[in-house]
Design a protein. Structure first.
Length: 95
């Protein structure tokens, strides 16, 4: 699980999103901030858009969450992502 926050490292919202990501429990979790002013907005094969406001993404090796701009929604997005991933894996087993 990668938790990627795209935003200016000096902005309060960027830091709040990052701290919210650090509080999430996910085995093997890696959390990072990508600052568009200095970083390439890419992790592995996944590229992230530059947006006007800081945004977080929760990504597995199969898919990423929609953009998250409110730290309060991050835990819910993680659950949705894991549920979607489980359903997708179940469907792949049936194929």
């Amino acid at each position: 699980m990668h938790i990627v926050v795209v935003g200016d490292k000096e902005r309060e919202l960027t830091q709040r999103l990052y701290q919210s990501g650090l509080r999430l429990y996910a085995p093997g979790k890696v959390a990072k901030i990508l600052d568009p002013a200095v970083d390439v907005l890419k992790v592995g094969e996944i590229s992230f858009p530059k947006r006007s406001d800081p945004t977080a993404y929760l990504c597995t090796d199969k898919l990423c969450s929609p953009p998250i701009s409110d730290p309060e929604f991050m835990a819910g997005q993680l659950q949705e992502l894991l549920t979607t991933l489980s359903k997708k894996q179940a469907m792949e087993k049936l194929s």
